[in-house]
Each structure stands twice: as structure tokens, then as C-alpha cells.
Design a protein around this ligand. Structure first.
Ligand code: ADP
Ligand code: MG
Length: 359
């Protein structure tokens, strides 16, 4: 059963369509992430689900009930935003209890549920303190406790980690996922950060300019991007001009710029309908630099010259000139990195490539 369903949702501000005819099904209990660059319509979509904005067209269902005309406080949702400020003059316990009081939950029960929520976010002893006495990360945990204490049907999170510094953000990522799994609440999480989306989600909804580009589990959107936009937004890709010239068993025959003829698994090109123009997607980390005298072991090989070496700690990003093209490769460092100017061989396994139709 799906917990939240959007059907042909449109949101226009004056003449500008921030969300175009979007349909989505969010399964019960899933952690679903709306991912895309700034301005693509993530917050607008979330605010329509929350009831903070009315859709211009389309229908929103939550747990089988049409909610277009149901006000926010009757939708039973938990909300956490980037700067969802706590009430500064209320204690932490009063902050967390706010939604319960509003719902008329008896005092004893409210007290117990507030303590359960504080335990869950691993801040069991801060109930008597005030928000200013907590760090930013702790305040965000309290905002989460306040959202889940009401046992919402759906938890809506809009970039809740983006105000935190990098290390804390990674810890909170794990923490948030743990809490979501523990209580099993359907969660819609908004971020522009691909690594957050890949690490946390059951399903990722990739958005661009008010449209859904692709929906799928993290490995699927990463390994089988449905469009050039998705291939470029998640990870680093080289997109090569190509042509599909036929099919042989489970492979498409692809003629690609730079690498020539190869066989790409049909399952890596689910949107290709057969012969015709195509694009070959080569992930930067699937392109390996090697000395030219090293055997290719069945991989395709082309000669190139290293133009730029971008040292990243455990990996190096290279830009390599091959004829008229510059290709990017991200390789783990096992030996010494190749220096700028090195004459190398680039190695590629066709089964690591994906192919797209040309739209
Ligand atoms: N109240 C508004 N009035 C006019 N335009 C808006 C309003 N809210 C958002 N927009 C526009 O809609 C687009 C999508 O915004 P938003 O949903 O906030 O994007 P995201 O959360 O993905 O960064 C942007 O171009 C933004 O400027
Ligand atoms: Mg936003």
C-alpha cells in the first residue's frame, strides 16, 4: 500500500510552473528522498504534501484519503526543516510535548511519550534545559523528537542536516536512518546532497526543473541513470556520443566516440529501444588509468595523455586527453598517482557502461 500518492500535481506561482505534472507513489514505511539542485521544486513539493501550499492542479492522497482540502494540522504529519526553530522560552520537554498538548493527550501519557522520544534521539536527560543550552546538532535532534512524538503518518524532512557541519552531518545521517528504521515511519526527505540521498534512501526521486527525472533505489539510479541529467548529477560521468547498431542476445552493440565498438548489457540501457543514436555513460570511477605496457585483460583500451591531476586523499581525479576529448577518471590510489603529462592507457569494461537514448 502506498502511504502518499501525488497524481498530476502542478504548482504555478503566477505564470511560473515550479512543479510540472508530477506523479509519485511513496510506499508505506519507506524512506524516500527528493533529490535535485537548488530551485528544482523539492521544497514546493514537500510543502504541498504538508498542506503549507495548495497545488494548482492534481490530487494528493495520504493513507488513502484525499487531503487537498484538509488543513495542515489535520494531516497528522511530522515536519522538520533546516531551521525549524524550537520555542526559545519553553524547555526541551515543553517543546517536544507541544504537539501532544495540542492534541489533548493526557498529561501522564504525554510525559511518558516525551521521554520515549528523547530516549530515541539519544538525549534522555535534557528535558529541563532550554534550546539555547544545546548545540545545533542537539537542537535538530529535538526538532526530530518533536516531530515523531505525535506518531505521524508521514515524516517530512526538508534539508534537516544542511545547517550542520560536515562531520556532524555524517553522524546525524546514520542516526536519522536508525531512528526511521526503528519506528518504521514513512519518510520523505529533501536534499540537494547526492551522498546523503545515496546513503539513506530506499528510493530516490531525482528532480530537475520541476520534473521527476527518475525514481529508483540508490544503486539503480546510480548505475542505470535514465537521463544525462541524472548521470551528471549523481557522481561524475563522461557522456559520449554513440550509436546502437543492433542487439546480440542480452547485449546492445554500441559504436561509441573514442572507444569504438562494444557490447553493453541491455539491462544497463533499459530506455534504449534499439538501433539509433544513443549516449554512452562512462562513470569516472570505471575508467582506469594504466601504463601502456600493461595488458588490458579483456578491457577496451585507448591511449591518452594526463592533463590534470586532482589529488583527493584516497583517490585521484584525472583529466585525460584522448584526441579531441577530455575524459575524467577517478581512481583509488594503490601505487603512486600518474603525473601530469604521463602517456597512459585508459581501460574500460563495457559491462560497466550504461547507454541512453538521445531525446
Ligand atoms: N512563493 C513563491 N513564489 C514564487 N516563486 C517561488 C515561490 N516558492 C518557490 N518559488 C520558485 O519555485 C522554484 C522551486 O523552488 P523550491 O521548491 O524552493 O526549490 P528547491 O527546494 O528544490 O530548491 C524556484 O524557482 C523558486 O524560485
Ligand atoms: Mg528547498
Amino acid at each position: 500500500m502506498s502511504s502518499v500518492t501525488l497524481t498530476n500535481i502542478v504548482k504555478r506561482f503566477e505564470n511560473f510552473a515550479a512543479v510540472h505534472k508530477t506523479s509519485l507513489e511513496i510506499p508505506e514505511g519507506a524512506f524516500v528522498t527528493l533529490l535535485g539542485p537548488s530551485g528544482c521544486g523539492k521544497t514546493t513539493t514537500l510543502r504541498m504534501i504538508a498542506g503549507l501550499l495548495d497545488p494548482t492542479e492534481g490530487e494528493i492522497m495520504i493513507k488513502g484519503r484525499r487531503v487537498n482540502d484538509v488543513p495542515i494540522h489535520k494531516r497528522n504529519l511530522g515536519l522538520v526543516f533546516q531551521n525549524y526553530a524550537l520555542f526559545p522560552h519553553k524547555t526541551i520537554a515543553e517543546n517536544v510535548a507541544f504537539g501532544l498538548k495540542y492534541r489533548g493527550v493526557p498529561k501522564d501519557e504525554a510525559k511518558r511519550r516525551v521521554q520515549d522520544a528523547l530516549d530515541l534521539v539519544q538525549l534522555p536527560d535534557v528535558g529541563e534545559r532550554y534550546p539555547r543550552q544545546l548545540s545545533g546538532g542537539q537542537q535538530q535532534r529535538i526538532a526530530l523528537a518533536r516531530a515523531i512524538v505525535i506518531e505521524p503518518d508521514v515524516l517530512l524532512l526538508d534539508e534537516p542536516l544542511s545547517a550542520l557541519d560536515a562531520n556532524l552531518r555524517e553522524d546525524m545521517r546514520v542516526e536519522l536512518k536508525r531512528i526511521q528504521e526503528r519506528i518504521g515511519v514513512t519518510t520523505i526527505f529533501v536534499t540537494h546532497d547526492q551522498s546523503e540521498a545515496l546513503a539513506m534512501s530506499d528510493q530516490i526521486v531525482v528532480m530537475s526543473e520541476g520534473r521527476v527525472e527518475q525514481v529508483g533505489p540508490p544503486e539503480e539510479v546510480y548505475n542505470t541513470p535514465a537521463s544525462e541529467f541524472v548521470a551528471n548529477f549523481l557522481g561524475a560521468s563522461n557522456i559520449l556520443d554513440a550509436r546502437c547498431t543492433g542487439r546480440e542476445a542480452d547485449d546492445y552493440i554500441i559504436e561509441a566516440e573514442t572507444f569504438g565498438r562494444m557490447q553493453v548489457p541491455v539491462k544497463k540501457a533499459p530506455n534504449l529501444s534499439g538501433e539509433g543514436l544513443a549516449k554512452l555513460v562512462v562513470r569516472a570511477e570505471k575508467l582506469q588509468l594504466a601504463s601502456r605496457d600493461r595488458p588490458a585483460d579483456g578491457a577496451l583500451a585507448v591511449d591518452g595523455t594526463v592533463e590534470t591531476v586532482d589529488y583527493q586523499g584516497q583517490a585521484v581525479r584525472y583529466f585525460v586527453r584522448v584526441g579531441a576529448r577530455q575524459l575524467q577518471a577517478i581512481n583509488m590510489i594503490d601505487e603512486r598517482p600518474f603525473p601530469e603529462g604521463a602517456e597512459v592507457s585508459l581501460r574500460l569494461r563495457p559491462r560497466d557502461c550504461a547507454a541512453l537514448p538521445v531525446s
